[in-house]
Design a protein around this ligand. Structure first.
Ligand SMILES: Cc1cc2nc3c(=O)[nH]c(=O)nc-3n(C[C@H](O)[C@H](O)[C@H](O)COP(=O)(O)OP(=O)(O)OC[C@H]3O[C@@H](n4cnc5c(N)ncnc54)[C@H](O)[C@@H]3O)c2cc1C
Length: 438
């Protein structure tokens, strides 16, 4: 019998624990070659002038890939790192390394799906199989109670039926690692090699984000167990300042440094060992929102990026660059909006409360094309996830999964409720590092 060489293409699943793609490759291959590709298209400039992946996320990504390489080496394997277009690099590697199968995670958004389709076509002639594994959600795609075409258009219906009908699959353990062929591997690129200008760390950042699987698991341990913050998550989650008001799991989840199933299992353990309450339920509720947006993206394809959105709704959106720039740089003159936008600009993060307000302000007050706001978030957010970002934007803008016509946030009443003493606005408008960066 001929030996099986499997190429594992890591993408937004930068972990070894609970990663079916990696697990199956180690189980089924005689030789397993892990690969990560930095795609220059992801670092090119948006027509509005900023890079599609800005410095904060690029940095987190570099750290996560470096951590993956390190973990693989410790386990007796290694990671091939390439810079270039995957549609050319994967077929080239397959040819040069005598690969029989390619294993990778299944993506749902148009660009990623298009790239994989083009790779599949190129590999078909060589009779090389591409196998995709669903690794990104809490509830497996095959376990939702509808065919994707009939996925409910309202979250509440989705959640209720999933809670009744579906369950979370067990975690995949760390597999025994297979042979890595003797060859030279390149180091992880620097920001400069990706064409990205580094940014200065701002002391007011909510948390010191570090990429990689160990950092992600440490944050879970710290937030849930050591600081014991989960018991009050529902009461604190609308906060604005510091690392403790919410989990800050999003960046690790977006890059796949941790799986939502891993977090779920920790929550269940916490519920049995410490306390089960509304807060423990609410963290899982939020993870279901994340799942939902991924399934919606799968259902609607490229529509999630289009101006009319999944509801096919036309609005007279403005494309006024000057007005957009006042918003982007935190110079609108509306303090709560400016404080949030400056936090995003200086740190790559903004709270959920902030995101809802600035998105509402851009789309309902300034009436600027919602896709511009989504594009700026894509550039700037450390935790950018195409499904969560574009569908949350569409939701606030009135072209997404929301039965309400107008999801308008009244800034004055939001300030009264969430920043009554003006501490957050002071921090970002008058704080010690308050010069406007960028
Ligand atoms: C306009 C807009 C854009 C957004 N863009 C993104 C994005 O690109 N990436 C991203 O991960 N989240 C996005 N969100 C959702 C949410 O703001 C962040 O997930 C959250 O603020 C991250 O902080 P946390 O991990 O401390 O969240 P927590 O409150 O601790 O929540 C736990 C986890 O649940 C998930 N989650 C929570 N709220 C949402 C939500 N509304 N939609 C989807 N998942 C959610 C996240 O994975 C999060 O890490 C966006 C929200 C808005 C309104």
């Amino acid at each position: 019998m001929s030996s099986k060489t499997i190429l594992v293409w890591f993408k937004n699943d930068l972990r070894l624990t609970d990663n079916e793609t990696w697990f199956r490759a180690c189980e089924q291959g005689d030789t397993v070659i892990p690969v990560y590709i930095f795609d220059p298209m992801q670092f090119q400039k948006h027509p509005l002038g900023f890079p599609r992946t800005g410095s904060f996320r690029s940095n987190f990504l570099i750290e996560s890939v470096a951590a993956l390489k390190n973990n693989l080496r410790l386990a007796g394997s290694d990671l091939l790192i390439k810079i270039g277009l995957p549609e050319f690099i994967i077929p080239e590697l397959v040819g040069n390394l005598n690969v029989s199968d390619v294993y990778t995670s299944q993506e749902v958004t148009t660009e990623e799906v298009g790239i994989l389709e083009s790779i599949k076509q190129k590999l078909e002639a060589n009779r090389v199989d591409v196998k995709e594994f669903w690794t990104s959600t809490l509830i497996h795609y095959e376990d939702i109670p509808w065919p994707i075409k009939r996925l409910p258009d309202m979250f509440t219906q989705f959640r209720k039926e999933v809670e009744r009908e579906s369950s979370v699959r067990p975690l995949f353990a760390l597999p025994a690692v297979k042979n890595f062929p003797a060859m030279q591997t390149d180091p992880v690129p620097t920001l400069e090699q990706l064409g990205i200008t580094p940014s200065i760390t701002d002391a007011r950042s909510v948390i010191n984000y570090s990429g990689g699987e160990a950092a992600a698991q440490n944050r879970v341990k710290d937030y849930i167990w050591e600081k014991d913050l989960l018991r009050q998550y529902k009461e604190t989650r609308n906060g604005l300042i510091g690392e403790n008001y919410s989990s800050k799991f999003s960046a690790a989840l977006a890059h796949g440094c941790i799986s939502p199933k891993f977090i779920y299992k920790e929550v269940k353990k916490y519920e049995s060992q410490r306390i089960k309450n509304d807060s423990t339920y609410w963290l899982i509720f939020e993870l279901l929102w994340r799942d939902y947006f991924r399934f919606v993206a799968r259902k609607f394809g490229s529509k999630i990026f289009q101006q009319k959105g999944i509801r096919d709704k036309s609005f007279p959106w403005k494309q006024d660059v000057q007005l957009f720039e006042t918003w982007r740089l935190g110079q609108t003159g509306v303090d709560f909006i400016d404080a949030n936008m400056r936090e995003l600009l200086a740190t790559g993060f903004m709270s959920n409360r902030g995101r809802q307000n600035v998105a509402s302000y851009l789309t309902h007050d300034l009436k600027i094309d919602w896709r511009w706001g989504a594009a700026w978030f894509e550039s700037q957010l450390i935790d950018y996830d195409p499904c969560s970002n574009w569908l949350n934007w569409a939701y606030v803008a009135g072209v997404g999964n929301d039965p309400r016509e107008d999801r308008y946030f009244n800034i004055e009443s939001q300030v009264r409720k969430y920043d009554p003493k003006g501490e957050y606005m002071n921090l970002w408008l008058r704080g010690s590092d308050s010069k406007i960066p960028g």
